[in-house]
Design a protein around this ligand. Structure first.
Ligand code: FAD
Length: 343
């Protein structure tokens, strides 16, 4: 059903919008009160499991569908540098597991989980240690983007790593933020063809003075960002399950003569990168819109699945629901109307 509701689940003028908002809040309220086993039952579609071995098994299974991967170790906001050390050690295990199992995978990390907000210097040391180890295994590291408190810091971490010669790192930008187009231009000036993005709508519901809050303007901003990134010669990971975004991307690629058939003909894009597509790839979350991902793969596009795993799956699921209640609606829709979204 097409509704005129905004992505915040906030009050919309239409009845349909109100219904969706009400439904979302109901789902969130209910889920938070549900027993842990029930939340676990729902989230096992979206989270590989508590252990690294679970993530490896999921990747081995989805490799047969032609997917490649990015791995996220789940964790809540950390409160001590000991927790940051845990993440560093766990991600080192991930690098070893990817190598030993010959998986086509890279890492997604949250800079705050490495201590960036607690002790900037040590946090940076932790990130550098991981990126250096990944580099020695020819592995890429993606810096996930969190809420607007850390946008500047996250971009700066990426620039600092490049300045140190560690170019196997790229950032996520969120199309809903007004600043993003300016960020793309700025990063293009600093990194040229070494810029490597994941572009997504942005999961955090940011205030209206810094971000788009309605569905259609967010889609339009996303499509503008994709065009801008492609035109600046960057590598672009399009992270979306939304048809207007995927369709726009396919058109944008065709206009630039990019696509599965050929190499990247852009004059400003640099050499083909190791373990990457020809200038772009599609990225989706584990458990979401599998048929669309498989269709893109069948047409020859590179498709990457985001694989979260970890002990903190419960806290992660509840926090995501509270941050963005529309996820509740999407999850409920996937279970009640499975034809709308199969894993
Ligand atoms: P939507 O209109 O939200 O979704 C389209 C359809 O996809 C929905 O109707 C539903 O059927 C399905 N769907 C989408 N999301 C879900 C879900 N969670 N559960 C069940 N069904 C769903 N955001 C950040 O802020 N920072 C990040 O670092 C970040 N990394 C991401 C990495 C990947 C690989 C992906 C795919 C997303 C990431 N996101 C991140 C989230 C992103 O910003 C969006 O919130 C999310 O992808 C939903 O937007 P959409 O474009 O898929 O469109």
């Amino acid at each position: 059903m097409q509704t005129s509701s905004d992505e915040n689940g906030q009050e919309s003028s239409s009845l349909a919008g109100n219904m969706v908002g009400l439904f979302s809040r109901m789902i969130v309220g209910m889920t938070i009160r549900m027993p842990r086993w029930f939340v676990g039952w729902i989230s096992r579609r979206y989270v590989a499991g508590p252990d690294l071995e679970d993530a490896v098994k999921v990747m081995q299974r989805l490799s047969k569908e032609g997917a490649c991967f990015t791995i996220d170790v789940l964790g809540e906001d950390i409160t001590s540098m000991d927790e940051a050390s845990f993440f560093l050690e766990e991600y080192k295990r991930v690098i070893m597991a990817i190598s030993e199992n010959h998986l086509d995978a890279n890492l997604s990390i949250k800079p705050t989980a490495f201590g960036l907000l607690l002790d900037r210097e040590k946090g940076m040391d932790n990130i550098e240690a991981l990126v250096a180890m990944a580099s020695s295994h020819d592995m890429f590291v993606r810096l996930d983007m969190e809420d607007n408190r850390v946008t500047d810091d996250t971009i700066q971490v990426m620039l600092d790593m490049h300045e140190k010669g560690l170019t196997n790192v790229g950032v996520v930008l969120q199309a809903r933020l007004f600043r993003t187009i300016a960020d793309i231009k700025d990063i293009a000036m600093k990194l040229g063809p070494n810029a490597d993005y994941r572009i997504c709508k942005g999961i955090y519901l940011e205030p209206s003075d810094i971000a788009h809050t309605d569905r259609q303007p967010i889609i339009e901003a996303m499509n503008t960002c994709i065009d801008e990134m492609l035109d600046t010669g960057a590598y672009v990971g399009i992270a979306s399950h939304d048809h207007p975004v995927i369709n726009h991307t396919l058109e944008a690629l065709a206009i630039r003569k990019m696509g599965p058939e050929g190499l990247d003909p852009r004059m400003n894009s640099g050499d083909q990168r190791l373990h990457k597509g020809s200038g772009y790839e599609f990225q989706m979350l584990l458990g979401v819109r599998g048929p669309l991902r498989r269709k893109l793969h069948a047409k020859g596009h590179r498709t990457r699945v985001y694989i979260p795993y970890g002990e903190k799956w419960y806290e992660y699921s509840i926090r995501r629901l509270k941050e963005n209640p529309t996820i509740g609606t999407q999850v409920a829709k996937a279970f009640l109307m499975p034809w709308t979204n199969r894993p």
